[in-house]
Design a protein around this ligand. Structure first.
Ligand code: FMN
Length: 192
């Protein structure tokens, strides 16, 4: 598949079949991320792969889904939840600008690599960081930053053109399939 097409369909997925995502696949995602560019080649990010059923279950209540939707619509129910996670952590004293860029690069690399293998993802910043750190026994000095939720999607998500004066918030239809308004190329690009 063309890279542009892969990116187009690599959306945020919030409901999943319960087919497990193997630990080896998650390991492969982190292996890609660790080789990507990072500020000063500092390599400050650390990753926790969460794939055991008990830890995957314990993670679920520590995540907050789809702020734009009512909870009963946007939050995955039991039987729809992600089946693996990558928790990304960084040192508490990391340079915030550099490490946040590193984080974005790493998350995108993992999301697209997963998607190429049919595994969907959601980047989650609304997470209970202290509780996740305690659950996973994160070493002192590191803090949880973002969680990449993973699984085989059980819903569709489609890009639609953003309409002028209308909110950019995503929405769902009666099947809880997602629609994600995106601004046009003309709206975001200036060519000189
Ligand atoms: C930095 C970042 C943080 C996000 N945090 C959350 C989150 O906590 N919960 C959630 O359900 N979605 C979260 N999302 C997913 C966004 O809502 C989603 O990317 C956006 O609605 C656009 O949809 P798309 O990814 O399909 O383009 C996050 C995405 C990014 C990039």
């Amino acid at each position: 598949m063309e890279l542009a097409e892969l990116y187009r369909d690599c959306r945020t997925y919030r409901r999943f079949t319960q087919e497990p995502v193997p630990a080896a696949l998650v390991r492969g995602l982190v292996d890609v991320a660790r080789q990507r560019s990072c500020g000063r080649n500092g390599q400050v990010l650390r990753y926790v792969s969460v794939t055991t059923p008990e830890n995957v279950k314990a993670m679920q209540p520590l995540l907050h889904w789809a702020a734009a939707l009512p909870k009963e619509i946007g939050t995955p129910r039991e039987g729809e939840q992600p089946t693996a996670f990558v928790v990304v952590a960084k040192p508490k004293d990391a340079n915030p600008i550099i490490s946040n860029i590193d984080l974005g690069i790493a998350l995108d690399a993992m999301a697209i690599t997963a998607w190429q293998q049919g595994v969907g993802s959601a980047i989650l910043a609304a997470v209970d960081r202290a509780k996740i750190a305690a659950l996973l026994g994160l070493p002192e000095g590191l803090e949880v930053n973002v969680v990449l939720a993973l699984g085989h999607p059980s819903h569709k998500s489609t890009l639609v053109p953003a309409e002028e004066e209308k909110p950019l918030a995503y929405y769902v239809d009666e099947k809880r399939d997602y629609y994600v308004p995106k601004l046009s190329l003309e709206a975001v690009l200036t060519e000189k």
